[in-house]
Design a protein. Sequence first.
Length: 57
Amino acid sequence: MEIIFSKYKWPIVIGFVGFVIAILFLTLGFWQTILILLLTTLGGMLGFYLHNIGILK
């Protein structure tokens, strides 16, 4: 199992992300899903920026 995951790690991860996005579209709707994705992306970018300038250390 470890060999399969190490060989196909990115297709598995991206497939899982696509599955989660599809579930969000079906349960929440288009605009709510877009808002969640946008806020998650902005939060990740802010965290990456704060980590790089050294505030979080």
